[in-house]
Design a protein around this ligand. Sequence first.
Ligand code: HEM
Length: 486
Amino acid sequence: MQVSGISVETVALLLGSVAVLRVVQGYLDYRRVLASIKYLPGHRTVVSSATVFGNLFPPIPILSLGHDHFWRLKHSSFAQRGLDVVSAVSWWPSAAAVLWIADASIVKEIMWSRGRFPKPLHQYKILTFFGENIVVSEADEWKRYRKIVAPAFSDKNNRLVWEATTKIMLDLFDDVWAGKNEITIEHGVDLTLPIALFVIGAAGFGRDISWKEDDIIPPGASKYLLEMIHARKAADKAEERHDLFSSLLAANEDEGLSKDERKLSDSELIGNIFIFLVAGHETTAHSLCFALAMLALYPEEQENLYQHIKSVLPDGRIPTYDDMPLLTHSLAVFNESLRMFAPVTNVPKSSAEDATFTTTDVNGEKQTITVPQGMILSLDVVGLHYNPKYWEDPETFKPSRFLGDWNKDAFLPFSGGYRGCVGRKFSETEGTAVLTYFVSRFKIEIKEEPQFAHETFEQRKERVLGARSAITLAPTRTPLVFKRRV
Ligand code: HEM
């Protein structure tokens, strides 16, 4: 058959040749990438797991690692290869390699060499939806944001976090739950998400909140924040406040400067405020939900915590921010749940230059890792947190490991170095207060449900600790019961 002088066979031959050429080219590129990392062992898949599209696939051998792979694989990728640095090499959309790192000293070197290992900003584009911000910036722009933002996370602000949390928790216990001795919550986040939102509302934006008035959170927490911003802009400016918003607003409202000369433009103000919500809300709320689930699953750990709180506060008084350094067991429980359920499962960096790292393999032999310029490096937070080199029995919930001497470099829930979380103390303060209040007033249990009456402890654990990693690691369903202590 002829079409305009070219036979169908010829067209088919041409298309076939192009396809073969593409495959050959792809294969050559793939070999080139492998050679560039000196054939470092690791995962080999067709589809890249570092792309949004790649993450749509379930885990299928050879094809894709699937979404959630950092969470699902924990330390196994490293254990299987006897090395704490592995590669993930893929063919599509183009041949590329990512290095996954669960070696604490390499992680530390990367985090403290900001110029050599900057953030791959293209991976963060989605977070600029509301405006430029501190998380999605590098070099001078980042320095400018950090200078404006960091002083807001002061000790005075942490005190505010404690006071706001106290009010929110006591309102919950004595008002919302008044007269109830047993409260069932179908999913722990139904409780921890509003708590974390109210705390950031109060300590972030100076907005006094009560459960009653916020009974109904508008759909989409972002709308709620926008409303808070408008309310604050209209409020009395003379009053000295220590919430985060005040510092940002001051940088935005620099009197006497033209719009272009201000430290923070309007869109940067909004962008940074939203990033506080994105970075600080779900992360803290999900961690608290996992912590409550662990305390419910391990009543002996819950009892240890209760006894410790009682020893710090024997008269049962309401603790203040000054008591926080003594409430070491509460922070230890929060830390242990951050270790086991790190909300941010991987921190991406890129290599601005050719580099080498040294690590030690399972046989104690030194190995050199070659890193070509432009390579993406994944600080594998979950891999590091489940690395038995740093954590004894990493699968076991053992808050006491955070009471003695522990390896600070192997604990990465807040990232670290120059780009470490600026809200870390904010979150630790909130976490310590929330856990202290819950455990001092209530016994926390997993809700008994007839359909699960015959499950084993391991099955129950797997069910209530089920998690999926979207922007942050989120518990899927954690039904809890709170029984008032008498
Ligand atoms: C359990 C709670 C939290 C966790 C696990 C967490 C985790 C992290 C991580 C891993 C990073 C580094 C991200 C990256 O490299 O891309 C980060 C940065 C950041 N976090 Fe948090 N965070 C928490 C709470 C908060 C809170 C409460 C706030 C604010 C109210 C906050 C504000 C920020 C900001 C502004 C940055 C960017 C810092 C910079 O680039 O200089 N975080 N956080």
